[in-house]
Ligand binder design. Structure first.
Ligand code: MG
Ligand code: MG
Length: 244
C-alpha cells in the first residue's frame, strides 16, 4: 500500500505543477493516465462501477472546479482560469493494493476567503490524521474534522464520506467527516488503513447532483474544497501512505 500511495502522491504533485490558467482538466487527465500506466499500475477510478449512478466512471481523475465538490469529470472544454480552485482526486491499484488521495489547488491567486477554505480543509485533514492511533475510536477522527471546520465557519458535506482501503478501493468502515451517534464507532487497531477525506463547503452544507449524474455540486453555489490521504494505524502513530 505504501508503493501505491507514493505513486498517487507523485501523480498529484505533477498535477499541481501543471495547474495554470489556460490548462484544461482533460490535459490533467491525459498526463495522469500516462504516469499511472508507465508505473505499471492500474487507475482505480476508470471503469469503477457505482450502482447508485448505474454506470462506470470513465476517467482516471475526478476534477471538481469551484462549486463542484467531488466526482467532477475531466473535459477538454473546462479551461481553468485565474481565481478558480480545482480539486484533483485519484487512485491507483499497484500489486493488488490501492492508494487514494486528493488535493485542491488554486489557479493563480484566489481571494482571501477561498484561500482560507483551502487552508481550513487541509488543516482539518491533518487534525484527523493525528487521531489515527491504536486505542482511539473512529469518532475521534470524525469529530476532529467536524470541530475544526465548523469552528472556522465552514460546512461539512454529509452525503459523501471517507472509507477503509486495502485490496479494495472502498472497504469498511465508512469514515464520515462528522459524528452521527447512530453510526458505528469501532476502536482503531494497528494495521487498519483509512482514507480520510474532508469535503468542505464555504457556504451551506447542501449538495446536489449535476445533470451528468456524477458531479456533486454545492446547492448554494459556494466553493468547495477536498483533501484526502490514506493513513495506516501503527503502534508508532499515524503513517500517511500517500506522501513521502
Ligand atoms: Mg479519493
Ligand atoms: Mg477516497
Amino acid at each position: 500500500m505504501r508503493a501505491a500511495g507514493l505513486l498517487v502522491y507523485q501523480v498529484l504533485q505533477k498535477m499541481k505543477e501543471m495547474v495554470a490558467e489556460g490548462v484544461t482538466t482533460m490535459d490533467l487527465e491525459v498526463e495522469a493516465e500516462r504516469l499511472i500506466r508507465d508505473a505499471g499500475a492500474k487507475p482505480a477510478f476508470k471503469g469503477y462501477y457505482v450502482p447508485a449512478v448505474g454506470s462506470r466512471f470513465p476517467y482516471v481523475l475526478c476534477t471538481s472546479v469551484n462549486d463542484e465538490i467531488v466526482h467532477g469529470m475531466p473535459s477538454a472544454k473546462r479551461v481553468l482560469k485565474r481565481g478558480d480552485i480545482v480539486s484533483i482526486d485519484t487512485g491507483v491499484q499497484l500489486h493488488g493494493y490501492y492508494g487514494d488521495s486528493a488535493i485542491t489547488v488554486p489557479v493563480g491567486e484566489v481571494n482571501g476567503q477561498v484561500q482560507r477554505l483551502l487552508d481550513v480543509t487541509r488543516e482539518a485533514l491533518e487534525r484527523a490524521i493525528d487521531q489515527a492511533r491504536p486505542g482511539n475510536r473512529l469518532f475521534d477522527i470524525c469529530g476532529a474534522v467536524e470541530r475544526y471546520v465548523t469552528e472556522n465557519g465552514f460546512s461539512i458535506v454529509r452525503e459523501y464520506v471517507g472509507h477503509g482501503i486495502g485490496t479494495q478501493l472502498h472497504e469498511e468502515p465508512q469514515v464520515p467527516n462528522y459524528i452521527e451517534r447512530k453510526n458505528e464507532n469501532p476502536r482503531l487497531k494497528e494495521g487498519m488503513v483509512l482514507a480520510i477525506e474532508p469535503m468542505v463547503n464555504a457556504g451551506k452544507p447542501g449538495s446536489r447532483l449535476a445533470p451528468d449524474r456524477w458531479t456533486a455540486v454545492t446547492k448554494d453555489g459556494s466553493y468547495a474544497a477536498h483533501f484526502e490521504h490514506c493513513v495506516a494505524i501503527t503502534s508508532a502513530g499515524p503513517w500517511v501512505l500517500t506522501r513521502p
